[in-house]
Design a protein around this ligand. Sequence first.
Ligand SMILES: Nc1ncnc2c1ncn2[C@@H]1O[C@H](COP(=O)(O)OP(=O)(O)OP(=O)(O)O)[C@@H](O)[C@H]1O
Ligand SMILES: [Mg+2]
Length: 299
Amino acid sequence: MSSAEVAVRLFRSLEPEDLRMLQVLETGMGNREYVPKDQLQRYSKVPMDRIDFELSRLDKLGLVYRMQGGYVGYTMNYTGYDCLAINAFVKAGVLEAFGKSLGVGKEADVFDGLDPKGVRVAVKFHRLGRISFRQTRRKRGYMVDRASWLFQSRLAAEKEFEALKLVHGYGVSVPEPICQNRHAIVMGMIEGGELGKWRVIEKPKQVLMEILVNVRRAFLLAGVIHGDLSEYNVILTPEMRVLIIDWPQFVGRNHPNAVDLLRRDVKNVLVPFSRKFKVKVSLDDAYSFVSGKTETLSF
Ligand SMILES: Nc1ncnc2c1ncn2[C@@H]1O[C@H](COP(=O)(O)OP(=O)(O)OP(=O)(O)O)[C@@H](O)[C@H]1O
Ligand SMILES: [Mg+2]
């Protein structure tokens, strides 16, 4: 079970005190990975016996780890962090229930969910920079400056949300950006399948053109280059609509490698179209089109 699945299951059983203690732990983790128990007590202003009770409860639920070295310290895992983000979304009124997992990968867990009006949404939890518990101890000893996975994952979510807002505002076909908190984002849910999973499509030329038109629009209007475009980051709906997902590594038009990154994005789309769907377009022609050097592209 992925950490988000555990978080989704546990979330309803958490008391406000549990969430408050996780928040205190999160603050402490701004300085170091394992937060001393004394510090947790100072931050939370809760009596020590209460702290012990809370922390052992969170430990049993599998949301925190205890470490005994030079001092007794605690750290939160992804499941704990997921619970904090879920809580914020529920409070913000953008999420009410979770459905099934849409994809679990190395760098993200994506779920489908419902907002309070019953509208389907997708919730993406970023996972970056987390090295295993044992590795942490071996590589860095007990004292670690700060939990950098927390920052890296949050940064990825912030960047992805920023990109979605930028390009969505210019009519680029992407999921609607709804809310971001910590390492997670809530966005519009898309019915469909990754292009990479489609073996046969009707009118492949039209689909390719729609992808390139969107890449062009993101670049020329929003000044945004996806940076990790592939047939797995394009969703094709049953109506043959194209949506481009997965934007945390976007760069702006003025990035020093902008040309290379935009060319690579285009190439990563052209290659599968040529191989699977026998639609062949030259990279130079497609690049000229998306970068605005030419107004049309015929093939
Ligand atoms: N808005 C959405 N609506 C429906 N499904 C989505 C949505 N966003 C993502 N997905 C599904 O979740 C999968 C993973 O999403 P995404 O590509 O954004 O994450 P990732 O960073 O590639 O994760 P991974 O570590 O798995 O590569 C997608 O391939 C898609 O199937
Ligand atoms: Mg992806």
